[in-house]
Write a protein that binds this ligand. Structure first.
Ligand code: NAD
Length: 469
């Protein structure tokens, strides 16, 4: 049983000012795995004061001093990788291989990227008689979701610290354990007191106290659209910078080429990774209508091949994060059936052989883009297949969505894929399986307004000053 009942404020583990704790449940077993303390507005205020006091000196540190700090963090992070992976599996149900693989690897990647960006970043440039200086924005409130918990925390904390900002992190209640270990890593690495602070608790209390706090300069938020909207409203009175990384319903266009069935299979099993709880998941698979029968057969086979079960064992897919999430995903599956979408694989209820845990069957629908299951973010292992007549139609379907976080185009002709990628209204388009830690990541439309990852993510934590004359 884990018990994390202290917050990290001003370089120390301190008792909460607010009282109360909450039990956390292991989604694989439905049993209580531990408890965390719930913070109050007073805890947030204390953390913001510490961050504000530390900003005066930390913002003046040299590039070399911050590089040395990030390298010390890297050495501590690497020591704790197995513990981080175990915590991720326990808190949100990611299979052990995924938690010790991509989940924790993303943190290493963001750390290496923050170091590489800081090494080369040009903080000052002359424009005629004007000197343009980039400076850290100040005290940052970082609010993160549970789905890729270490990724979400590290993609904010590392560039913020690299830029010279001080931070107050509010991790998600459902993935509090990995955040706690990260705070221990930063403490062991010797992050100066007050530079990094962490308060756990309810979003409506801690998140809102950060968003409204007059001494917080910026909020970087990743999570749902509705909370992003609330944060923007809360932050408006104090004119903070608000960076939002929200949800998606990303199109995955497959060209009418040889290898279509293999690509359908890869896109289907890709959708099931992390139980489909990925903001940028290619959840709308857009395939040539003339080859729909072939595509459905390949998707069904791939979905049925995904092993579902105990994430601490060898299963490819674990549970979804919570009972609430299970109920939401089940309701969408039911709605898909009720609105006439064709069930290609999976369906409602627990997978065969499982009677405990929040497990969902890898599910595939074939339908049209106007159905609710094709329009709303389900955030579970549910893929929707949609047929297109020609590439213009494929692009129109891809863009017929409120979201614009990501897109995917796979086909044999790279130039043709790029041509289509340019036409998709979304922040990141992955062509034939591309991946790059330096590529900016963020949304068009209702998927948000900020950019994370690489130099663009680093630049979000900077202000621009002109010294004229
Ligand atoms: P959520 O919006 O419910 O919670 C996110 C965080 O906000 C949590 O820490 C929560 O405690 C906090 N919060 C809740 N109410 C708040 C309030 N009123 N003020 C301030 N903070 C508050 O989202 P979730 O369920 O944790 O995550 C799933 C969502 O996140 C999905 O929509 C997914 O697409 C999105 N997401 C987006 C990205 C991206 O980079 N664009 C990445 C991962 C997840």
């Amino acid at each position: 049983m884990r018990e994390y009942l202290k917050f990290y404020i001003d370089g120390q583990w301190v008792d909460p000012i607010g009282s109360g704790t909450v039990d956390l449940v292991n989604p694989a077993t439905e049993e209580i795995s531990g408890k965390i303390a719930l913070g109050s507005e007073a805890d947030v205020d204390k953390a913001v004061k510490a961050a504000r006091a530390a900003f005066a000196s930390y913002s003046q540190t040299s590039r070399e001093e911050r590089l040395a700090l990030l390298k010390a963090i890297k050495s501590e992070y690497e020591k704790r990788l197995p513990e981080l992976a175990e915590a991720i599996t326990e808190e949100m149900g990611a299979p052990a291989s995924l938690a010790s693989g991509f989940h924790t690897f993303l943190g290493t990647g963001h750390l290496d990227t923050a170091i590489a960006v800081l090494e080369k970043f040009v903080f000052e440039e002359r424009q005629g008689d004007t000197l343009i200086v980039k400076e850290p924005i100040g005290v940052c409130g970082l609010i993160t979701p549970w789905n890729w918990p270490i990724n979400q925390v590290t993609v904010k904390v590392f560039p913020a610290l690299a830029a010279g900002c001080t931070v107050v992190l509010k991790p998600p209640q459902l993935a509090a354990y990995s955040a706690q270990i990260l705070a221990e890593i930063l403490d062991a690495a010797g992050v100066p007191k007050g530079v990094f602070n962490m308060v756990q608790g309810k979003g409506s209390v801690i998140g809102s106290a950060l968003s409204t706090h007059p001494d917080v300069d910026m909020i970087s938020f990743t999570g749902s659209e509705s909370v992003g909207v609330q944060i923007s409203k809360d932050a408006a009175d104090t004119v903070k910078r608000v960076c939002l990384e929200l949800g998606g319903k990303s199109p995955y266009i497959l060209l009418d080429d040889d290898g279509l069935t293999e690509r359908v299979a890869a896109a289907t099993s890709g959708m099931m990774v992390n139980s489909g709880q990925t903001c940028s998941a290619g959840s709308r698979l857009i395939v040539p209508q003339a080859r729909m029968a072939e595509a459905k057969a390949a998707a069904a086979q791939a979905a049925e091949a995904v092993t579902v079960g105990n994430p601490a064992g060898n299963a490819a897919m674990g549970p979804v994060v919570s009972e609430d999430q299970f109920d939401t995903v089940q309701a969408y599956i039911k709605q898909g059936i009720d609105e006439g979408a064709e069930l290609v694989a999976g369906g409602p209820g627990l997978p065969e052989g499982l009677d405990k845990g929040y497990y969902v069957k890898p599910t595939v629908f074939a339908t049209t883009n106007d159905k609710v299951v094709a329009r709303e973010e389900i955030f579970g292992p549910v893929l929707v297949m949609i047929g297109y007549n020609d590439l213009e139609d494929a692009v129109a379907i891809a863009n017929d969505t409120d979201f614009g976080l990501a897109g995917y185009v796979d086909g044999n002709d790279q130039d043709k894929c790029h041509e289509i990628a340019r036409k998709i209204r979304a922040g990141a388009i992955y062509v034939n399986g591309g991946f790059d830690f330096n590529a900016p990541f963020g949304g068009y439309k209702r998927s948000g307004n900020g950019r994370e990852w690489g130099e663009h993510g680093f630049a979000e934590y900077l202000e621009t000053k002109a010294i004229v004359g």
